[in-house]
Design a binder for this molecule. Sequence first.
Ligand code: NAD
Ligand code: WQD
Length: 342
Amino acid sequence: MKVLVTGGCGYIGSHTIVDLINNGFDVVSVDSNIRSSTQLLDGIEKITGKKVRNYKVDLCNLEDTHAVFHENRDIVGVIHFAALKTVPESVADPLFYFHNNLTSLINVLKCVKEFNIPNLVFSSSCSVYGNTTALPVVEETPLGEAQSPYARTKQMGEKIIEDYSRVNDTQSILLRYFNPVGAHPSALIGELPLGRPDNLVPVITQTAIGKIPKLTVFGHDYDTRDGSCIRDYIHVLDIANAHTKALQYLIDQKNKSNCEVFNLGTGNGVTVLEAIKAFEKISGVKLNYELGPRRPGDVIAIYANNTRAKQVLGWEPAIGIEDMMRTAWQWEVALRDRVLSN
Ligand code: NAD
Ligand code: WQD
């Protein structure tokens, strides 16, 4: 069974391709490489022994997107990862984000409709909940005001798919990821942030390796157990496996409605300072960090109720915070070693 993965050259897409291949699926990828290269496809080949074809196509171009679907009419489903995801960039250039993330989605849906593709899985985000105080968040928690144009593209993307699914035969699943981190244990694929990262775990590993001089903990006087913010970090392998399970669930026609939504988090809240401690423990590196001011727009705490994904999809996140940090660190070290050996 063949699956079309958009954004397959990116962080979560590449890990999901490995999981799909390990579960017997054939995969083709569509990625314009606006935020990636084909480097991770080489890693996928080393891990799985399978060479995955990538169509270097901008999904905002309907004609090119159509040509890919035309050539791959036999797919059982689409997993749509392709999107821009940098929150501050979306604040600075909202139209770029609305154009890229929504036009690409609409074009994918047009092709899914025309070629009668039965199944669709969409990358959503916990950022759709906005600044909620109802913790842990369940899928029915009302969506709050989006805190960025990026988050708004995810809220709108969800609504577009919901409306589309109401009147078409495609079965859809919306997966709301919490904070995906870590890398494949082979250290052959992982996150490749372009420029200076904003997300905590790449900032931790890049500080430890010396690419960033010092990490600032954004806020230490919040009303939490140690004053720093709480997030639900989840290993990218667990996120990846949820996609295979979601797709299989749709293929087996176990869904109760045309569009279902699932939270993908561990259910455990971890503070910034706890994440740093976990990193220091597994790496033996003393991190150079300081306690600094709050970052505008940060929610104090958010973590998932993941009961639905566990009960309905039979998914079980298995990897804890120390292994998240260990694999992220091994990936950072492997990147450095590769640069040194070139
Ligand atoms: P990523 O940037 O590593 O991968 C996204 C890929 O999509 C990139 O390779 C990029 O080149 C490609 N792409 C973007 N626009 C495209 C277009 N118009 N046409 C073709 N390809 C295009 O990001 P990721 O972390 O792997 O995220 C994957 C998905 O998960 C995104 O939709 C993102 O919004 C969502 N998500 C990510 C996180 C996270 O923290 N990483 C959290 C929640 C949701
Ligand atoms: C985590 C915690 C920071 C960097 C973002 C997006 C969200 C989703 C996931 C895509 C916060 C603190 C960070 C640093 C720090 N992505 N921090 N020092 O903000 O929860 O979510 O990624 O959908 O949409 O907004 O993740 O990793 O940036 O921050 O103290 O140098 O780490 O304040 O408490 P966030 P993050």
